[in-house]
Design a binder for this molecule. Structure first.
Ligand SMILES: *Cc1c(COP(=O)(O)O)cnc(C)c1O
Length: 459
């Protein structure tokens, strides 16, 4: 049975509530309805092709409808789709956990599965909290708090929002949340008064140390997005910042949680972003790219020291009482395993690093445009900050609609990208060819230019 675009559009508007979407505005637009995908392209119900410059929300690795990933799923579905991990095991979840233990840095070796990045964060927070209680409930009675960075994003469940620092998304929910200790984040572009990147790094690390010094007894852990704060607008951290955070966590004996839901699986040019700073966190949160963009799966990975603190007789209640119905789902785990194997076979991480370096010069040409204030890149994670005025760095208001016009213009030209506030973000499919990457940046350039020119004409 096939349906027309108009029928689907009507039913979409009648029945579907879209995430992070003002539905009143959405219902006035002509929605993009995707029907299929192949390689770096998505196709809508009318057959129009779009280059996937957003990797379908930062998840796609090898391209859409990869024959080998498709085959892995088909093979698994003929065996079994799902059985529970609560007290029993299944084949793909075992093999994937072993693989994850092998490829994650240092002594990370114990894998706790869930199904969304936010859940992987909740799990890390709960493990960190309970770890101290299991270790010594009296001595660590006050270790109930987490430090997180300002403008941090760790997902949308209540616990993940509690450690979030994005006022726009989180303000309304504040009364529901547990208390966090906020610490300044290194956003060099808008911290000029402090100095260069190095000075900004030192400033933020000093602020973190102050908090750790004053509240060490209350702090269970520090949670940080490794190298890049994604959702707030691709804020790339100064080199050495993550290492500095890790050193402070050691010094003050608090746990380090690295949220690599966005940056993990090759996105920044290494398999895991923390490897670039020789950091091994106590807890590592993974999601998004883990299944190559095929299935919802996430994982929280920790070391033996933490895992062992949860061992004991049943009546000691050291058990981690947490789980999800679909924890360790076979379809998700089998496609994730195949995704990682293909990354290795295809030497994908090295190619991301290579392609990212080659793209740098092309990206720099965007500075020619009068409204491009800052260009930030780590691997194939790119943010273009749009400003009204390069000197004052003033941004456009939502009502002016400049950013949404740029995104819409790009879509008409066959490119899917998205905005985060005033930042145009490009998060291409990791396997995208050099030629397609050039095309992505080219369309983005033209779209910004056209919108700017219209603006000047109308002013
Ligand atoms: C996307 C994201 C999350 C949340 O993942 P979901 O799968 O959307 O729940 C958490 N942390 C970071 C850094 C992310 O980018």
């Amino acid at each position: 049975m096939t349906y027309t675009h108009n029928e689907l559009e009507q039913w979409d508007k009648d029945y579907v509530w879209h995430p992070f979407t003002q539905m009143q505005t959405y219902r006035q637009t002509n929605p993009l309805i995707i029907e299929r995908g192949k390689g770096s392209y998505l196709y809508d119900t009318e057959g129009k092709a779009y280059l996937d410059g957003y990797a379908s929300l930062w998840v796609n690795v090898h391209g859409h409808s990869d024959p080998e990933l498709n085959e892995a799923l088909k093979e698994q579905i003929d065996k079994v789709a799902h059985s529970t991990l609560l007290g029993s095991a299944n084949v793909p979840s075992i093999l994937l956990a072993k693989k994850l233990a092998e490829i994650t840095p240092g002594s990370l070796s114990k894998v706790f599965y869930s199904d969304t990045g936010a859940a992987s964060v909740e799990i890390a927070l709960k493990i960190a909290y309970q770890y101290w209680k299991n270790k010594d409930a009296t001595r660590y009675a006050k270790k109930n708090k987490f430090i997180s960075l300002d403008e941090a994003y760790h997902g949308d469940t209540v616990g993940a929002v509690s450690v979030g620092g994005m006022d726009l998304y989180h303000r309304i929910f504040r009364p529901l949340l547990f208390q966090r200790i906020g610490s300044p984040a290194p956003y060099s572009y808008r911290m000029e008064e402090i100095g260069d990147e190095e000075a900004v790094k030192d400033y933020c690390l000093a602020a973190l140390e102050e908090r750790l010094q004053q509240q060490t007894e209350e702090v269970a852990g520090v949670i940080v997005e490794s190298l890049v704060q994604g959702a707030t607008g691709i804020h790339t951290h100064p080199v050495g910042f993550l290492k500095g955070v890790a050193d402070l966590c050691k010094k003050y004996n608090v746990l380090l949680i690295c949220d690599e839901v966005a940056v993990g699986f090759g996105r920044t040019g290494t398999m895991f972003a923390c490897e670039q700073e020789d950091v091994v966190p106590d807890l590592l949160c993974l999601g998004k790219g883990i299944t190559g963009g095929y299935m919802p799966l996430a994982a929280t990975i920790t070391n033996d020291t933490i895992f062992n603190a949860f061992l004991g007789e049943r009546e000691e209640h050291k058990t981690f009482y947490h789980g999800h119905t679909y924890t360790g789902n076979q379809l998700a785990c089998s496609v994730a395993l195949k995704n990682i194997e293909l990354m290795e076979e295809r030497d994908l991480v090295a190619s991301v690093s290579h392609k990212a370096a080659n793209l740098k010069a092309t990206l720099e040409t965007l500075y020619e445009l009068p409204i491009v204030g800052d260009i930030r890149q780590r691997g194939l994670m790119i943010g273009i900050e749009i400003v009204k005025n390069k000197n004052t760095k003033e941004t456009f208001t939502v009502t002016e609609g400049v950013i949404s016009q740029i995104i819409e213009t790009a879509r008409q030209k066959g490119l899917i990208i998205r905005e985060l506030g005033s930042v145009i973000t490009m998060m291409p499919v990791l396997a995208m060819s050099e030629q397609e990457l050039q095309k992505m940046v080219g369309i983005t350039y033209e779209s910004i230019q056209e919108v700017y020119e219209t603006m000047v004409v109308n002013a």
